[in-house]
Design a protein around this ligand. Structure first.
Ligand SMILES: [Zn+2]
Length: 365
């Protein structure tokens, strides 16, 4: 069985396009060749992504982010996409959104923006066409860290421009506590959630501190996911508030949410560099995360893939079997060996994210 489509719920494509000039129309191998000896592989690793690799891996839909770090957490002197205040964050996100707009307008045979169920359907039909082995990849726009929303009334403009998922945090924001910056929802955070609910926007809990995530689960009536986050229970000793507690996982399940498992070695096996290196991290660790969520949830309906590939790491920091995103399909036999049925496996690969999109996107024309 290798036909089910794959959906990846987290890739910082625009950030890479604007920071390093990565051209994702090319294959990962071609991009690596182009970048040899340059800054990109030094600071972000060798790329794992590219359109031909999406084709090989049957990656039909990618949740594509708007992402910039606050200046206090600047990734390096080379990081030109950080922001000092929300005006600047607004500009960064806006330019990244333009980049997706250009990519999809200029290369519709390769990339399509998905803002409605009709768009989703069109992309899926492309993948069902057995006569062609060239299928457009659908991009769902996800704002990672909401600092670029200058005031809640602006949600409407972002929505009109195609944003369908918003995460309130990366580091902490004025809306809530985030990674390495704990804290709950602020009054601004509650106000933003209230406006987001009017548009039925999906709330992404990834990066939110546990307190903020639980408060959001209590107060947000709209759809809720964690696009890229792993279970803390398997990462004891990581000392990070970036991972999901059992409480948050259970609450997400109760809300019919889905969790995308990250395929970065430090999210799979803390301390991996000193204990066997890359060779010591296999896809079994990734599948263990998937399985943990399924066991806790009681079914296979609440977990998917949120690779975060190229999000601060490349081939040097992913499980040994992975050369490009196409290799994520290698989890299929591992899941099967663990007793997962074909239906479960296709749900985990993409079906659960697909159901989420079908349940939450506006109808469209
Ligand atoms: Zn992230």
């Amino acid at each position: 069985m290798n036909t089910p489509i794959l959906i990846d719920a987290h890739e910082d494509l625009a950030w890479n396009m604007l920071t390093f000039g990565r051209d994702y129309k090319l294959s990962a191998a071609e991009i690596r060749k182009q970048e040899a000896g340059s800054l990109a592989p030094q600071v972000n690793g060798d790329t794992l992504l590219g359109w031909p690799d999406y084709q090989l891996g049957r990656v039909a839909v990618v949740f594509s982010t708007l992402f910039a770090a606050p200046s206090r957490r600047k990734l390096g002197d080379w990081d030109q996409q950080c922001y000092n205040d929300y005006e600047e964050a607004h500009l960064r996100y806006s330019l990244q959104l333009d980049a997706y707009q250009h990519l999809t307008e200029q290369h519709p045979a390769m990339f399509r923006k998905i803002i409605s169920r009709a768009d989703l359907q069109a992309v899926l039909e492309g993948w069902q066409n057995a006569d062609s082995d060239e299928h457009p990849v659908g991009l769902v726009i996800l704002m990672e860290g909401a600092e670029g929303i200058r005031q809640p009334t602006e949600v409407e403009q972002w929505y009109e421009r195609g944003v369908r998922i918003i995460g309130l945090a990366w580091a902490g924001t004025r809306f809530c506590g985030g990674t390495r910056e704990p804290g709950g929802l602020t009054p601004d955070g509650y106000a933003l959630l209230e406006t987001m609910a009017e548009y039925n926007l999906t709330l992404d809990l990834s990066h939110m501190d546990e307190l903020a995530a639980l408060q959001a689960l209590d107060s947000y009536p709209g759809p809720v996911i964690a696009s890229h986050a792993n279970a803390l229970a398997l990462l004891k000793g990581s000392g990070s508030n970036r991972h999901l507690t059992d409480r948050v996982i259970e609450r997400l399940r109760d809300r019919n949410g889905t969790i995308g498992i990250v395929s970065a070695n430090n999210f799979l096996k803390p301390g991996w560099k000193d204990s066997g290196g890359r060779a010591g991290v296999t896809l079994d660790y990734f599948v263990a995360q998937v399985d943990y969520i399924c066991q806790l949830a009681g079914d296979a309906k609440h977990v998917g893939i949120g690779s975060d590939f190229d999000g601060g790491f490349g081939i040097q920091s992913v499980p040994a079997e992975i050369d490009t995103i196409a290799d994520l399909r290698k989890i299929i036999p591992i899941l099967s060996q663990k007793g997962y049925t074909e239906a479960d496996i296709s749900a985990i690969l993409g079906g659960n994210w697909l159901a989420h999109l079908q349940n939450t996107l506006p109808e469209g024309v």
